[in-house]
Design a protein around this ligand. Structure first.
Ligand SMILES: [Fe+2]
Ligand SMILES: [Fe+2]
Length: 453
């Protein structure tokens, strides 16, 4: 048990006095009762069992304090946020000297005073940490500092308000304490990337599950934090809630999509043979996308692309579209223009995914035998490769003006024969699995296709 120092006048002023051994063993050698009181330890034995760095919320502050002592042999009016025995935060000001006592013995002796975080301490001094905190608290975005182990060391008011303003619920915690594991892993990986590379991550858009169970869309920037020696000591992040903006964007593009859907319906009225084609292709791509475990936004993008993929046929003469029998080369070349027609129609409309390109490439084939550009393999968007398989599957199992339905057996044969040559193997495998699961029958027909913006 360390020696307790008792000086009445200092106890009344609540000035903590301590002697702390750094080497050969880290421990408090002596301290006065005011020291334990400042850190809210009613039991001085429990306080004695603490190591000094454990009292610091931000390990970077402890490192800075040590660095200052090592360099100047003393640290005057050093301020830091500490965690008390009752898990609340206390701001303290430490003045200490470093002592070398020979034979590797090293210790710190000094005094500790409690100050409040608004700058009205026992001794009124200009305190930069509080100025920084005041600035941080005035910003209506979530701002947070983390150490190298991704533990939160400081937050601003906006962040703290999300937890009822209770810092003890936040400080020292990691994202795993607040967010679902998968989401926390992504955040953890971003923090580690910043620490490892020293490069910031700027303006990353992500969806976040809030502690109250609602989702929001946020934009986050994370930057590395350096100490005076240029060593990375952690990260600082700024997260802005973009949910209202995202909702507006969503409404805007939902309106545009509705207008395009009307065009799609107009095409269906014009060409009854393809009346259910687009919607059935939509159901097929949706099933494939879910089976491929694509995220929700991707599934939605694919469904929309499927609904609109043949919209370009609106620019093709009807007598060609519904012509029974074989098409001439010229007629076929006109049909092939539907991908370019659609691309030109929608390419200038902004969507949060490359809708125009997905549609543009839905007749491209892995070996370059497709159209309009004959692009090959992985150069074809994955969404377009999915759409291509779904399109062929639906088309072969439905009647066309120039032929009767070829049936699902023929479609399976076509997909198997083209797998890895003209169609993506993984997508074909997933599609065949879906058919098998439906006892060899089409898994999309008679299903009402629902599109939700
Ligand atoms: Fe097409
Ligand atoms: Fe099609």
């Amino acid at each position: 048990m360390p020696v307790e120092i008792k000086l009445k006048s200092l106890e009344a002023l609540e000035i903590g006095i301590f002697s702390y051994s750094l080497a050969p063993e880290e421990k408090f050698v002596s301290f006065n009762p005011a020291m334990a009181k400042i850190f809210s330890f009613s039991d001085s034995h429990k306080f004695a069992a603490k190591k000094f760095p454990q009292l610091f919320i931000n390990q970077a502050d402890w490192q800075l304090f040590l660095a200052k002592l090592n360099k100047e042999k003393k640290a005057e009016f050093f301020e830091a946020a500490c965690l008390k025995g009752d898990k609340k935060v206390v701001w303290v000001m430490i003045t200490a000297t470093l002592l070398h006592c020979g034979r590797g013995k090293k210790s710190i002796e000094g005094i500790v005073q409690k100050i409040d975080s608004s700058g009205n301490g026992l001794h009124k001094v200009t305190r930069e940490p509080d100025l920084l905190q005041t600035i941080l608290d005035s910003i209506p975005d979530a701002i947070y500092f983390k150490d190298r182990k991704n533990r939160i060391t400081r937050v601003n008011k906006f962040y703290a308000d999300g937890f009822g303003g209770r810092l003890e619920r936040i400080i020292g915690k990691t994202d795993f304490d607040f967010f679902p594991k998968e989401q926390a892993l992504l955040m953890f990986s971003d923090d580690n990337q910043v620490i490892k590379t020293g490069k910031p991550i700027v303006g990353k858009i992500e969806r976040t599950l809030l502690p109250n169970g609602t989702w929001n869309q946020v934009i986050t920037t994370k930057v590395p934090m350096f100490d005076n020696y240029g060593k990375i000591i952690g990260t600082m992040g700024i997260t802005r809630d973009m949910t209202p903006h995202a909702n507006l964007e969503r409404e805007r593009y939902a309106m545009v999509l509705k207008a395009l859907m009307v065009l799609g319906r107009a095409l269906e009225l014009r060409d009854p043979y393809t009346q259910t084609h687009a919607r059935d292709v939509g159901v097929i791509v949706q099933k494939i996308a879910v089976e491929l475990k694509l995220d929700e936004d991707k599934v939605t993008a694919l469904k929309i692309a499927a609904e609109l993929h043949d919209l370009g046929k609106i620019g093709i003469p009807l007598d060609i579209l519904i012509k029974p029998g074989k098409l001439s080369d010229l007629e076929y070349s006109l049909i092939k223009e539907h991908t370019t027609n659609c691309y030109n129609l929608i390419k200038d409309i902004e969507f949060p995914f490359p809708l125009a390109d997905i549609i543009y490439q839905h007749h491209e084939r892995l070996d370059g035998s497709g159209y309009p550009h004959g692009i090959k393999g992985k150069h074809i968007l994955k969404d377009s490769r999915i759409l291509a398989v779904a399109d062929v599957l639906e088309a072969m199992t439905h009647h066309r003006p120039y032929r009767a339905a070829l049936g699902i057996e023929s479609a399976i044969k076509e997909l198997k024969a083209g797998s890895g040559k003209i169609y993506d193997t993984e997508i074909v495998d997933v599609t065949l699995r879906l058919i098998r699961r439906n006892k060899g029958q089409p898994f999309w027909q008679n299903k009402e296709f629902e599109w939700k913006a």
